[in-house]
Design a protein around this ligand. Structure first.
Ligand code: MD6
Ligand code: FE
Length: 218
């Protein structure tokens, strides 16, 4: 069976999968809320801080387009990776994190065993067919004791989970519309990335994958 055959019916809907020691995948956790989430993005975030391609320090254009909401937004430019409170494109604060998203991220974290998650940052990625994210570690946050909560919408992706060094073997985890993956604890600093997205169409989201990643950055 191919991945996109599962895309609309909710692959393993409602099930919890565990990987390594501290990675929890909540299948279809956000499916019932996807219309609300997409509307919040469309009305309250994108008009103020649109998606944009950012450049890495090496001058390489990232294939995923990025924006943010919440107090801290993640950016990359000639000066490298970091969190900032002002969107360099709008010269304003990032749009506030909608309470609905804050509470959804908090309840997913709680479901995965992190009862006190207070995200102050939400990175929003948009991937078209062919876009990817190279293996990397999330190390720009101040405190690694908080987990990362990552919500996928739209067409499927293959999430790549490596180890604590770049050379470690990679585990591939397919992610579908509405899936939420929470990682923390011993797995907080694992290398991870997104394999090149395969062409597909999702009936609500179209031919893109949207990812929202909630963190405690500051
Ligand atoms: C994803 N994103 O799009 C995974 N990490 O599913 C990330 O791992 C990520 O988008 C650090 C900074 C921005 C990101
Ligand atoms: Fe990351």
């Amino acid at each position: 069976m191919t991945l996109d055959m599962f895309a609309d019916q909710g692959y393993n809907s409602g099930q919890t999968e565990r990987y390594f020691s501290d990675v929890t995948l909540l299948r279809s956790y956000a499916v019932a809320h996807s219309d609300t989430i997409l509307k919040l993005l469309q009305l309250d975030i994108i008009p103020y801080s649109p998606f944009r391609h950012m450049k890495t320090r090496g001058g390489h254009l990232m294939s995923a387009e990025i924006t943010n909401c919440g107090q801290f937004g993640w950016i990359t430019d000639a000066k490298g990776y970091r969190y900032v409170t002002i969107d360099p494109l709008s010269a304003n604060h990032w749009p506030e994190m909608p309470v609905f998203l804050y509470e959804l991220a908090q309840s997913a974290a709680s479901e995965a065993g992190y009862s006190d998650f207070k995200p102050d940052s939400c990175i929003i990625n948009r991937y078209v067919c062919g876009a990817k994210m190279a293996l990397h570690q999330d190390i720009d946050e101040k405190d690694f004791s908080a987990p990362i909560v990552s919500l996928s919408l739209g067409i499927p992706a293959i999430f790549l989970f490596g180890g604590l060094t770049r050379q470690d073997k990679v585990t591939k985890i397919p992610l579908f519309h509405g899936d939420v993956i929470v990682w923390g604890g011993q797995d907080r600093l694992r290398f991870h990335g997104i394999a090149p997205i395969k062409a597909a169409t999702h009936d609500k989201v179209g031919d893109v994958r949207i990812n929202l990643t909630f963190r405690k950055a500051g």
